[in-house]
Design a protein around this ligand. Structure first.
Ligand code: SF4
Ligand code: SF4
Length: 295
């Protein structure tokens, strides 16, 4: 069985990438399983997705703890302890990071490969935040067992509802990545037999015991969601007229008002949804791409 784990952020097409790899593996004659794992958060929140591909029926379930390939769609996740994309990596694990940095400068103890997928997505899709076809093409190519026509068929099947122009861009992008990346040697690991342990019978408990009880005060401020941003809003104070519409519209309440009555963004907690930039009547909030959080 080959196991692939994909890390990215909500809105980047991480779940779709796992589906494309699974479908492509199926078209290439394998059994496949794919699924995502994410909470109730929205765009920008860390997301994980998994794909298992095997010559035999895939009986294994649950998250992949020791992947053969790790695909990381956003390099800022490397420094996010709650995402921990390298967790479970072994010396043989192939790690791919979407980054314009050299692998050495990523400063991790694993051998990683890095390509700037974001620039390729801009070139082929005119979009720098959706990596579904790009990351799936990387995964399929690295595996070395999936044929290009099967990958392209999977892209067509999974990206339903997009315009013909967007579809063509995604197919061209997948072809390009197949050219750029060479297959890695990923040997199929022997499936371990699944042995049923003791069966667990759920018990009905009184509601007072079974329902969640919040015992601690709120701690949202401690969760620094600023590293979820793909793009950063920057207020153009030369033109801003302090109407404070952005203050009212920010869904996370992270735009405050300074002592001079001007809007002030709390970058530790701004998730980069960019609603403020859309709502500013004079378009006085610029957007700047985040390029990573490395020292
Ligand atoms: S991008 Fe703007 S609206 Fe969104 S969280 Fe940040 S400050 Fe608030
Ligand atoms: S909405 Fe625009 S003009 Fe109004 S306070 Fe915010 S940045 Fe300034």
């Amino acid at each position: 069985m080959w196991r692939i784990r994909i890390h990215g952020r909500g809105g980047q097409g991480i779940k779709t990438a796992s589906q494309i790899i699974g479908s492509a593996g199926f078209y290439s004659g394998f059994q496949a399983q794919d699924f995502p794992l994410y909470g109730a958060e929205r765009r920008g929140a860390p997301v994980i997705a998994f794909t298992r591909i095997s010559k035999d029926p895939v009986l294994e379930r649950g998250p992949i703890l020791s992947p053969d390939i790790i695909l990381i769609g956003d390099e800022t996740l490397l420094n996010d302890p709650q995402s921990a994309p390298l967790c479970g990596a072994e010396p043989s694990t192939i790690i791919f990071v979407n980054s314009d940095r050299t692998p050495e400068s990523l400063k991790h103890n694993f051998t990683v490969m890095a390509i700037n997928l974001t620039d390729l997505c801009i070139q082929y899709l005119d979009n720098h935040t959706v990596y579904s076809s790009a990351l799936s093409a990387v995964g399929a190519r690295l595996l070395g067992i999936i044929e290009l026509p099967d990958l392209l068929q999977a892209v067509e099947d999974e990206l339903t509802g997009v315009s013909s122009k967007v579809m063509k861009g995604n197919l061209d992008l997948a072809r390009k990545i197949f050219e750029v990346i060479q297959p890695a040697v990923v040997s199929e690991k022997v499936n371990k037999p699944l042995i049923a342990k003791q069966l667990v019978f759920p018990q009905h408990r009184p509601v007072i015991e079974a329902a969640p009880i919040i015992l601690q005060p709120g701690n949202m401020a401690l969760r620094k969601t600023g590293n979820w941003r793909v793009e950063r809003p920057e207020i153009d104070y030369e033109h801003c007229n302090n109407c404070l519409i952005c203050y009212a519209r920010c869904p996370d309440g992270v735009i405050g008002v300074d002592s001079d009555g001007r809007p002030e963004i709390d970058y530790d907690h701004c998730k980069g949804c960019l609603i403020c930039a859309q709502e500013c009547p004079g378009h006085f909030i610029n957007t700047v791409r985040e390029t990573g959080m490395f020292p």
